[in-house]
Design a protein around this ligand. Sequence first.
Ligand SMILES: [Zn+2]
Ligand SMILES: [Zn+2]
Length: 387
Amino acid sequence: MHSVETFRDLQSEANEWRRYLHQNPELGYQLHNTARFVTEKLASFGINHIETGIAETGIVALIQGEGGDGPTIGLRADMDALPMDEASNKPWSSKIPGKMHGCGHDGHTAMLLGAAKYLASTRNFKGTVALIFQPAEEDGQGGQRMVQEGIMDRFGISQVFGMHNKPGMEVGKFGICNGQAGASVDEFDIVVKGRGSHAAYPHRSIDPVVIAAQIVVLLQSLVSRSTDPLESLVISVTKLNAGTAYNIIPEHAEMAGTVRAFAPGLRDFAERQIEACAEGIARAFGAEIEFRHRRLEPPMFNHAEGTNLAITAARGLVGPAFVDDKVKPGMGAEDFAYMLEARPGAYILVGNGPTASVHHPAYDFNDEVLPYGIGYWVNLVETTLAV
Ligand SMILES: [Zn+2]
Ligand SMILES: [Zn+2]
């Protein structure tokens, strides 16, 4: 097991990669320059099994250990940026207006590249490491597509591991959830179809604004009155649009929102009951609704064995005092959940220091984190695939 000092030598090179990626952010599946950069680096480390074009711009590269036969484990980094303008005022700020690495995926990519360079030159493990560089984490479900395109079977991956930086947690610290590690995400749209009229004569209308307002209020009571207070469910109405003038009652009101749940049963409950509530209220007023519901990420679970391996690897790097193994899960989602649905493993957080939060225009991945992330990956490989 290595301490972080082993990986200080990689710092300046990893800085360069990270800052290059930061200056050249790309979105979603359109990561052509990023994927080319990653592929070139991997090849320059002497890695010769590199498959590109998975889920459009995703990459899987294999490094064989010199410790004999063994299983294959997957290490995953996301590579995509966000559609926003940067305000970090760093010399390496985004060169592309409207695009920014606001979630630190530039750092995640650089850390996995650093680990790849180290592992390819030492190969002190049995079996195989599959480096998974995925597109479209932020909105496009790239993790799901890579699973659907068969990476787990094709490369014989038996366990998968992910990592994300966490602003507000000290650099050099790690945190991991035991079991539940993230919520499911669903989105819904409701169109209330009423009848318009002059606003001075409301009795001639079926007012979709009043109906939509009632629906918003009723949806809030689904969580507070119909679910176990000890279980976690969030229903947020996040869009509400209707009307064009002071004196017109409109025909339609449009609403949309998001559902976050831990338990699959609550997820099903929310899907059923949101529609039932909207329909019931609309019917009471003589209106109709159109309801659409979209399931996105599943809830994310860390598996026991993978979690223990991750904790061991992180403790070996920074000592037990710097690894919090009881992090409370949040209601956020992460598309690594698709990979953890397909294979056991674990997802760990690495402290990014006192930076702005992710998805904030002033955010920047903290380069001091690079040797910690690299070291975690290497320790994880040499622990899980110990010779
Ligand atoms: Zn993000
Ligand atoms: Zn992210």
